[in-house]
Design a protein around this ligand. Sequence first.
Ligand code: CO
Ligand code: ZN
Length: 333
Amino acid sequence: MKELIKRLVETYGPSGSEDQIRKAILEEVRPYVDEARVDPLGNLIAVKHAAKGNGGKKIMLAGHMDEIGVMVTHIDEKGFLRFGGIGGISPQILLGERVVFADGTVGIVGVERLDDPKDLRFDKLFIDIGAKDKAQAEKAVGIGWSAGYYRTFDDLGDRLVSKAMDDRIGCAVMIQAAKELKKTPNEVYFVFTVQEEVGLRGARTSAFAVDPDIGIAIDVTRTGDTPKGLPMAVELGGGAAIKVKDSSLVAHPKVKDLMAEVARTDKIPYQFEVLEAGGTDAGAIHLTKAGVPSGTISIPTRYIHTPSEVVDYGDVQACVRLLKGIVGRPIGL
Ligand code: CO
Ligand code: ZN
């Protein structure tokens, strides 16, 4: 599974520019599903049909394909690109980073001279693509072009690090579950959504089209286990995190209980998660039409929205087993 994770996290795909990552995911998931289609906004919807003669549930799984990034707003007279953020990206973390555009153009994030480090904002930063002047920069890059962090995957043994674990690790968990799931009594929709980082947009429209009985998002969550970090119960290595609440969702009690029940029955390590700020695609799914009982399986992740997001491989495997265990059984909800 590490090869799959490496391929997904290293692929380019800021919100709204998901073509490359969608192509990679389609190649990876296609052998394990019965059909796959792309909807009008660009969500990839892959379906595994219920085994014959079963009145199973229609389950929508959602993992977002997009990653945070930056977008060029204008090019200054010396050929430096000025830009704004796409999703929750911070100027402090961008400083000194390299970013990459869809065509492979690489840029370095530099900063104007600051009297006070507190003045560090997007309008003080620029991207240097190595252009000698404005004309050369304009030939290489256009207004509205998007770039993502330029970082590779590293295997630290038990822990894995890369940019875009949020949420390519969720996509990888879904693909791996599709691969290992031989037969299911349910109709399982593996939806790889677009534009989560700018407001759960792909999940909103795809949930409307799928019209599921149950919704499950698979996404990263924060941890409380780093020095003077967030006061939070989730830790790396503690197993799959079953969400109770975040700012977008109060998990449906029956979905949450079902997840914990499956984890106990299958002896999968798990922990409950209460995230005080942040949301996932389940926030959009559960408010679809007349309402969809929904929950979230979270992969505990350190340093979210930095170029070095860290997950524990044992947690990742626990999430695969939990997801497989849920969608692979008859559900009485
Ligand atoms: Co995110
Ligand atoms: Zn995410």
